[in-house]
Design a protein around this ligand. Structure first.
Ligand code: UTP
Length: 289
């Protein structure tokens, strides 16, 4: 079955980037001039997704505004003959069919995904975490969809993290299939040192069968007292097995301060408008670091 639906959970509280996230969702942080969530929606669209559900909560209305029409702004751009910017702004409202639903209580990523049950229905679907921006030639979500098409199993986008960092992520039990594909038969969220099965961790993308919703209904709160998506995916991994894709592309964690800065610097260096000037600036200050 062709995957056309995606869910973007964006209802987290972003406590690691306070106070900026007190009133501004981290999903709206600009990477130079484009908010993080726009990169994610564009990646989904480039992967063949036509319908997107964004999970939000109180205070995230600006995300809805970003993908809506903006008549006053559009008029202003037109009258100033800024045609290209006008097209870009209007284009944002036409990227895909974008829907919104609120996660009424912040009970974890698994709980957020479970809010998508009636949107998803009985189809497999993609999940793109709202604070994980992945930049690369080949859209990461599309790489996972191709693996789903080939194996017909749930798919997780993975990368290796450092031994020091694995305790903050999840750890997967994997064996090689071919190239950058692995079979995954177990996983654990926030592993203790004796629970680490590999340094492969799920970073920001997965493709799931609709059975995940019944599993999520049965999933009790796990690490941090939250309903963890990993705990539900572990049931899939242990029963039918999953596929892990070590995706190509650079992933930026917009939920932590260093990730926000890395994204800004690396995107700015290649930005058509400011790239050259920014490179000179960086070279200028690098000598004194
Ligand atoms: P994170 O755990 O990184 O987000 O969730 P968080 O809870 O905002 O982070 P901190 O620890 O407080 O800084 C990954 C993704 O899942 C969403 C977040 O918005 C983020 O995009 N999420 C998380 C939800 O939608 N609902 C939740 O209850 C938790």
């Amino acid at each position: 079955m062709k995957i056309t639906k995606a869910v973007i959970p964006a209802a987290g509280l972003g406590t690691r980037v306070l106070p900026a996230t007190k009133a501004m969702p981290k999903e709206m942080y600009p990477i130079v001039d484009k908010p993080a969530i726009q990169y994610i929606v564009e990646e989904a669209v480039a992967s063949g997704i036509t319908d997107i559900l964004i999970i939000t909560n109180r205070g995230k209305g600006v995300i809805e505004d970003h993908f809506d029409r903006a008549p006053e702004l559009e008029e202003k751009l037109l009258s100033a003959h800024k045609q290209a910017m006008y097209e870009e702004i209007v284009g944002l409202s036409r990227l895909a069919n974008i829907y919104f639903v609120r996660q009424k209580e912040t009970r974890g990523l698994g709980h957020a995904v479970n809010c998508a049950r009636s949107f998803v229905g009985k189809e497999p679907f993609a999940v793109l975490y709202g604070d994980d921006v992945i930049i690369g030639e080949d859209p990461a979500c599309g790489q996972l969809i191709r693996a789903f098409d080939e194996y017909g199993l749930g798919v997780a986008g993975v990368k290796q993290v450092t031994p020091q960092a694995i305790a903050k992520y999840c750890s997967l039990k994997v064996e090689p299939l071919r190239d950058n594909l692995f079979r995954c038969t177990d996983m654990v969220e926030k592993p203790k040192p004796d629970q680490v099965m590999s340094l492969y961790s799920i970073l920001g993308r997965c493709v799931l069968p609709p059975e995940i919703f019944d599993i999520l209904d049965q999933t009790p709160p796990g690490a941090g007292g939250e309903i963890q998506l990993t705990d539900a995916m572990r049931v899939l991994a242990r029963s039918s097995g999953m596929v892990a894709v070590d995706f190509t592309g650079v992933r930026y964690d917009m939920g932590n301060k260093l990730g926000v800065m890395q994204a800004a610097v690396e995107v700015a260096l290649h930005h058509p408008e400011i790239g050259e000037a920014f490179r000179l600036y960086l070279k200028g200050i690098a000598g004194s670091l």
